[in-house]
Design a protein around this ligand. Sequence first.
Ligand SMILES: NC(=O)c1ccc[n+]([C@@H]2O[C@H](COP(=O)([O-])OP(=O)(O)OC[C@H]3O[C@@H](n4cnc5c(N)ncnc54)[C@H](O)[C@@H]3O)[C@@H](O)[C@H]2O)c1
Length: 339
Amino acid sequence: MARYLVTGGAGYVGSHVVLALLNRGDDVVVLDNLRQGHREAVSPGAELVVGDLADHKLLRDTLARGQFDGVLHFAALSLVGESMRDPMRYIAENLSHTMWLADAAVRAGVRRFVLSSTAALFGLPTRIPIDEAEQVAPVSAYGESKLMAERGLEWADRIHGLRSASLRYFNAAGADPGGRLGEDHNPETHLIPNAVNAVLGLGPPLTVFGTDYDTPDGTAIRDYVHVADLADAHLRVLDKLVDGPSCRYNVGSGTGASVMEVIAAVERAAGRPVPHTLGPRREGDPPVLVASNERLRQETGWSPRLGALDDIVGTAYAWRARNPSGYKGMAVKKEAVSA
Ligand SMILES: NC(=O)c1ccc[n+]([C@@H]2O[C@H](COP(=O)([O-])OP(=O)(O)OC[C@H]3O[C@@H](n4cnc5c(N)ncnc54)[C@H](O)[C@@H]3O)[C@@H](O)[C@H]2O)c1
């Protein structure tokens, strides 16, 4: 059994990783300001500390409470569009929070650190699938902020021996197959939850951005990785860091799905059409982004178990259909049960 601090553990990806850590018997403390996250997303069994990463004393005090074996850092600003309106805030916040957290970890004698990084740091890639040797050239301030955080962690290793893994996620999607957790962002910018909301009448019709790409059906192709598989990748990488060097992995299913294929999968899950309109391309959106997950597979034994698009979309649909108001509705249900 190991003990981990998970920042952003009340958010979408973090909450699924917390569940996976608890399931294997680890001890988890979540630090989250609940700005985007949800108290109800923190599984029973994990301790929740409500606070902000800007509070350096809180970071040091939390890490001083018992020996932690590692830190998993999910908490960040992560909206690409917003980052292009407010680049200084994104770079300042995402970089400085990572660095002060790493500083607190080093002071507390923590040896392992996992960063939620992103495929956005590849910008407009030169080849598909995208492997770890692809050049990094972000085209958004968000991507740049994560690249800087990765580079800062290299120094934490070089000078202090803090071993880190930067996991460059492609598109995290889906929900806990057990129905306990799901995706509940506000605003929601991701395709699958927006298509699910549209089909359930919980959101506006979906807009398809671009129908004239050089792809088989003209819509953009992305790599969707099930959030439970993503969680499994974190567990494997944490174990690898015990006696392995710092590392970087691209984490994706290794296959691509077009916007139209996602819509068709949502229609299969719901049994009715997804209301949608066709719009122009968004600036800076490449036609195809698909990961090579070869390195992750070979070095950690990981492989996606819920890689099929119908598994990803099916679990996302099931959670939202059962929780139309998201976690807010779950809190109300819990209150009704205890009243
Ligand atoms: N979701 C994806 O597809 C995706 C893809 C690539 C990378 N990522 C990265 O993965 C991480 C998690 O993504 P997510 O979709 O789960 O995001 P999320 O917004 O659901 O979760 C982030 C959590 O961090 C918390 N948080 C944010 N700033 C904080 C602060 N200053 N102090 C304390 N808590 C704070 C939020 O309240 C939220 O609970 C992010 O770092 C994101 O950049 C996500």
